[in-house]
Design a protein around this ligand. Sequence first.
Ligand code: PAF
Length: 283
Amino acid sequence: MDVVSDVAEIRARLQGVPRPLGLVPTMGALHGGHLSLVDAATRHCATVAVSIFVNPLQFGPGEDFQRYPRSLDADLQELDAAGAHVVFTPDAASFTPPGRLTSVVVASLTQRLEGSSRPGHFDGVTTVVTKLFNVIRPDQAYFGEKDFQQLAVIRRMVADLDLPVTVVGCPIVRDPDGLALSSRNAYLSGEQRVAALQLSQALHRLSQEWAGDAATAVATLRRTLSQASGVRLDYAEVIDPETLEPFEGVVEGPAQAVVAAYVGDTRLIDNIRLEPAGSSPAA
Ligand code: PAF
């Protein structure tokens, strides 16, 4: 497995590699969720590239850019064992230099939910993901469904700009007790981790009780999580999985419940698919 930091070098390394070429973009501090993306990429693609870049553009002032977990040596060992062929590790000074003048902005879809709580976040994500697509030129790119809005935004960007890449969304990976894997779980104390479980528990309960009434579901979810000990709710909504618009009345088709909350200083997000009332839940 080769590890390359320079744009010209990675382009040269990927010239003529067996296709399809899969890309798994990450910010490192890898966990089982990332490894499930690498696993999917190795099953579908002849060559697998992984990027590790803690992207300063997607962190707002006062967010956790400085303390975001970094574990490059361990990450590289895991990626080698997982069968990745190339790892791209650009440095911020050259990949996102202070003088750059160009951003990639997806309108409207980015203004709600995460975008409302983290202004500018998605502009940072789409700018860097576009750069990664442009440098690596993957045929397929793999993203986790835990960042549900991010996945929708990237799909929309790819469609709107006719980028020649297929975006593959992969299911959330959870610890056995239900906590969605996240690099930010590393910030949680034992007590906070127990508090954080209330997010996945509330979502799971909602998906079991879901009868298609969005107003009742949202009210229940908000009440449950507002009263949850050690949790400070940011938002809880039931949305259209394509448009991300909130549902308010009776829902006939699929829906997605999405939540964001603080546990201590740690901001966590989670979501679950709500299958149309009467249909059997997806495996
Ligand atoms: O999901 C992430 O880890 C990041 O948002 C991504 C897609 C690697 C862009 O920096």
